[in-house]
Design a protein around this ligand. Structure first.
Ligand SMILES: CC(=O)N[C@H]1[C@@H](OP(=O)(O)OP(=O)(O)OC[C@H]2O[C@@H](n3ccc(=O)[nH]c3=O)[C@H](O)[C@@H]2O)O[C@H](CO)[C@@H](O)[C@@H]1O
Ligand SMILES: C=C(OP(=O)(O)O)C(=O)O
Length: 446
């Protein structure tokens, strides 16, 4: 989608109502696909969403000789890694800047081929997003890294060795890097200060099915005993708790009522507590969760994003739109990404009152407090939002703009909507199912 097609006209003021379904998690599925590279036999992954991050990883795997084909059921992929080979660097470069996932190819390719080339990474522009932890841990395993203008060249002169690692911060990606590298390394790896997000637990389940030996302690320590070989897996990906929360926030901000089929309580407990404090209603059953605005006014809250089991940072941006409709002053302290509140300036243009601060507001101090980043916000509400011209800055910011446009009076032009396809399967068809009044320049949504 390019040019004028990449804009959505949204006529706000209609509550979103109905049922949509979330599929496998964006933050698990591409990593489980990378894990298939470690196996000596094919893997089957089910509940795979049709999103761009999946297509990027599929392309990268195919460049390395992995056969990827649809399985028997919808949303199933069969990944056959029996003929893994070095990819042509020029071809891989076409994937530069496309997502964060290529960095996770390092360990598997070093095990399979003894070398790896990793193109420049993409992902949301919500902070500096360094990858120093990744390279530090890979060096500890025994890899050498040569950073060049076109990307990173890695080599494993001999079999990688298990090691003791303490992460400076419980990074999701660096934890996954350790897991995907340690499972076939020689000896034991002990990882302290690991991230323990549900998507990481699910990746551990995938690796265990392949034959890995991984133990998780209650204190953010993960112990991996390296094995000599791994087989394929058959796995149903956990549902996307981040997408589910986005639709929940849309229900709240538009005074709507959405049943999110596939949403699971266990991975959303922290979000659900916050949703209830804001005044949102929800009802959980075995198939999903119904989220709705119960009428009356929403309540302001103090919110701090954090690593799991804290409030996930990817939930923050969509919920902030709902907070513009809450009575009083809400405080939002973003402690995971230093620049994840920039999207609020467009909400202010629509009529919201959101003031950003460099200080850590709301109680605890974080890594950004002394470093001059606008990483806290005070949202005063309720405010009436008016339609505006909006340019999507990043994935969750983009979904937030859609929610704001749907909640606003009048028409908004939302530019750059293709970015949303990176992490939200079929979002336009879902909007249409929920009764959103929106259209592409060429015609209706679905
Ligand atoms: C594809 C994917 O799964 N993306 C998720 C993943 O991103 P990702 O894995 O990139 O996020 P990390 O958990 O690694 O990043 C957290 C913090 O650690 C810092 N850091 C990270 C690595 C490093 O080498 N050095 C460093 O300083 C980052 O700048 C950031 O401030 O976890 C984030 C936190 O839950 C989510 O918002 C993203 O949706
Ligand atoms: C930050 C996100 O993703 P990524 O790490 O892929 O940029 C996100 O999903 O909100």
């Amino acid at each position: 989608m390019t040019g004028t097609d990449d804009v959505l006209l949204v006529h706000g003021g209609t509550p979103l109502q109905g049922e949509i379904r979330v599929r496998g998690a964006k933050n698990l599925v591409p990593k489980a696909m990378v894990a298939a590279l470690l196996g000596s036999t094919p893997s089957r992954l089910r509940n795979v969403p049709d999103i761009r991050d999946v297509r990027v990883v599929r392309g990268l795997l195919q460049l390395h000789g992995v056969t990827v084909r649809p399985g028997e059921e919808p949303g199933e992929l069969v990944l056959d890694p029996t003929r893994v080979e070095s990819a042509n660097v020029a071809d891989i470069d076409a994937h530069a800047g496309s997502s964060r996932i290529p960095i996770l190819f390092c360990g598997p390719l070093l095990h399979r081929l003894g070398h790896a080339f990793i193109p420049g990474l993409g992902g949301c522009d919500i902070g500096g997003r360094p990858i120093d932890f990744h390279f530090d841990v890979l060096r500890q395993f025994g890899a050498t890294i040569d950073k060049r203008a076109d990307g990173q060249y890695l080599e494993a002169p001999q079999r990688l060795r298990g090691t003791k690692i303490t992460l400076p911060y419980p990074s999701v990606g660096a934890t996954e890097q350790v897991l995907l590298t340690a499972v076939l390394a020689e000896g034991v790896t002990e990882l302290s200060n690991a991230a323990v997000e549900p998507e990481i637990e699910d990746l551990i389940c995938v690796l265990q099915k392949m034959g890995a030996i991984i133990a998780m302690d209650t204190d953010r320590t993960i112990r991996i005993t390296g094995v000599d070989s791994l087989g394929g897996y058959n796995h149903q990906a956990i549902p996307d708790r981040l997408e589910a929360a986005s639709w929940a926030s849309a229900a709240l901000a538009t005074e709507g009522d959405i049943y999110v089929r596939g949403a699971q309580q266990r991975s959303m407990m922290t979000f659900l507590n916050t949703y209830r404090k804001v005044g949102g209603a929800f009802e959980i059953d075995d198939r999903g969760i119904r989220f709705w605005h119960p009428g009356g006014s929403l309540k302001s809250i103090a919110l701090e994003t954090d690593v799991h089991p804290g409030f996930q940072t990817d939930w923050q941006q969509p919920l902030v739109v709902a907070l513009t409709q809450a009575s009083g002053l809400s405080i939002v302290h973003e402690t995971v990404y230093e620049s994840r509140l920039g999207f609020t300036s467009a909400l202010n243009q629509m009529g919201a009152h959101i003031q950003l601060y460099r200080e850590c507001l709301g109680g605890s101090r974080c890594r950004f407090g002394q470093r001059n980043f606008l990483h806290s916000a005070v949202v005063s509400g309720p405010t009436k939002l008016q339609g505006a011209d909006l340019v999507i800055p990043d994935l969750r910011g983009g979904f937030s703009y859609l929610i704001a446009a749907l909640a606003a009076q009048g028409t908004s032009r939302v530019h750059g909507i293709d970015l949303i396809n990176r992490g939200y399967e079929n979002f336009m068809a879902k909007l249409a199912e929920l009764g959103a009044k929106a259209e592409l320049p060429g015609g209706p949504l679905a």
